[in-house]
Design a protein around this ligand. Structure first.
Ligand SMILES: Cc1cc2nc3c(=O)[nH]c(=O)nc-3n(C[C@H](O)[C@H](O)[C@H](O)COP(=O)(O)OP(=O)(O)OC[C@H]3O[C@@H](n4cnc5c(N)ncnc54)[C@H](O)[C@@H]3O)c2cc1C
Length: 370
């Protein structure tokens, strides 16, 4: 893309990469400017669980739609994307949880998402390492795990093949109406898409996106220790609230045989430091569900900043406070899952096509109405 691009995307995380890919696929001239390395922000810190979440009707629709798009692309993923259709098991600790799980299974079923409610014995057949005494669970077979930065890189390669330009190591200093400033120079574009993740509000003041820190721990290789992405039912409570600090158990088997243990949520600004007390609470919770984890060695702990919004939904569409500025940001803990739906929806809106799902709940205009 020499000269003025039709669309200039700021940020090449998985969300920006998906936008570039679908926009370029429409024949638009697209350029992405990334301050660091593509896929090196929250995307590199994420767990890579691709999952339906039913925190709200809109979130349900967006996650379900994105899973469908991902399934449509899956055959073309190179091995490094590490797609693993391991499925998810939501854990029920007691009969009360099991009642909630049955309601959840019904809600999924009414939206044509296949689930199986597992009794206690069925749960232990799937995951013998779980602590005794759990009431059962809900298995969602259609869900998967990917390696997030590799997904972002693949999307960018697809975009480049369609003519897009990807520039790394180019921080954008400010975004104006149809232009950005980078390296002290103004770059004009038909429109600008702010996909800067947790940093989106630094470039577009008034955007209600804040960094929400998360920790993950990865172990050495223990193939076969567990077989599915495991989640405690309280995970959604932790994600939904905006507490200063919370933890919830989830664990993920990687293709390498390693386990990734999560998760935490914290509102501490841009601080990326490891909070040892919180990690130790997180690991206590993990050992509560999987006692034998205590025998495994962890090799690394890292943190990342989820781009969080007050209503737990991303902002996708034109920004009403500036001409020719669009937003694709605020995906909190679901950006790996919802990147494809975001890119598809944004490209549909830009080209005037009706998106595959109702875009209204994600319209950035709601910020002004709020
Ligand atoms: C611990 C943790 C676990 C997670 N687990 C999951 C999971 O299992 N499943 C799931 O779906 N999601 C998960 N997420 C959420 C997911 O990682 C994010 O929602 C997603 O990566 C957001 O993507 P993004 O492209 O918006 O942001 P980012 O990946 O952060 O990308 C934004 C990019 O913009 C660039 N940028 C910023 N400012 C500028 C500038 N001024 N100029 C140019 N470039 C700029 C940054 O360098 C960065 O590369 C997790 C997140 C964390 C932290």
């Amino acid at each position: 893309v020499t000269g003025r691009p039709d669309v200039l995307v700021v940020g090449a995380g998985v969300v920006g990469a998906a936008c570039v890919r679908f926009l370029a696929g429409e024949g638009l001239r697209v350029r992405v400017l990334e301050a660091g390395r593509a896929g090196g922000g929250a995307t590199a810190a994420g767990m890579g669980h691709v999952t339906v979440m039913d925190d709200s009707e809109a979130q349900f629709e967006l996650t379900r739609y994105s899973l469908r798009l991902l399934e449509g692309e899956a055959e073309r993923f190179p091995p490094r994307v590490e797609l693993d259709r391991c499925g998810t098991i939501w854990l029920a600790e007691d009969d009360e949880d099991l009642r909630l799980i049955r309601a959840k299974a019904q809600a999924y079923g009414s939206r044509e998402i296949r689930t199986e409610v597992l009794s206690g014995p069925e749960l232990y057949r799937e995951e013998p390492q779980l602590r005794p005494g759990l009431a059962g669970g809900m298995f969602v077979p259609g869900e998967a795990v990917v390696y997030p930065p590799a997904l972002a890189h693949w999307l960018l390669e697809e975009a480049k093949a369609a003519g897009a330009e990807v520039h790394e190591g180019v921080p954008v200093e400010c975004i104006g109406a149809g232009w950005v400033r980078a390296g002290g120079e103004r770059v004009d574009a038909g429109l600008v898409v702010n996909a800067a993740g947790a940093a989106a509000a630094l470039l577009t003041p008034g955007l209600p996106v804040v960094p929400r820190k998360g920790h993950l721990v990865i172990t050495e290789r223990y193939p076969g220790f567990c077989h599915h992405q495991l989640m405690e039912l309280g995970y959604q409570r932790s994600a939904h609230g905006m507490d200063a600090e919370s933890i919830a158990f989830n664990v993920q088997p990687r293709r390498t045989g390693q386990l990734i243990i999560g998760s935490s949520r914290e509102l501490v600004g841009w601080d990326l430091g490891v909070n040892r007390a919180l990690v130790s609470r997180m690991l206590d919770r993990a050992r509560y569900f999987l006692p034998e984890l205590a025998r495994l060695s962890a090799i690394r702990t890292w943190t990342g900043l989820r781009p969080a919004t007050p209503d737990k939904l991303p902002l996708i569409g034109p920004w009403p406070r500036a001409e020719r500025v669009w937003i694709a940001a605020g995906h909190e803990g679901l950006g790996i899952t919802t990147a494809l739906a975001t890119g598809r929806m944004l490209a549909d809106l830009v080209t005037g096509r009706t998106p595959g799902i109702d875009p209204t709940p994600f319209d950035p205009r709601r910020v002004l109405e709020a």
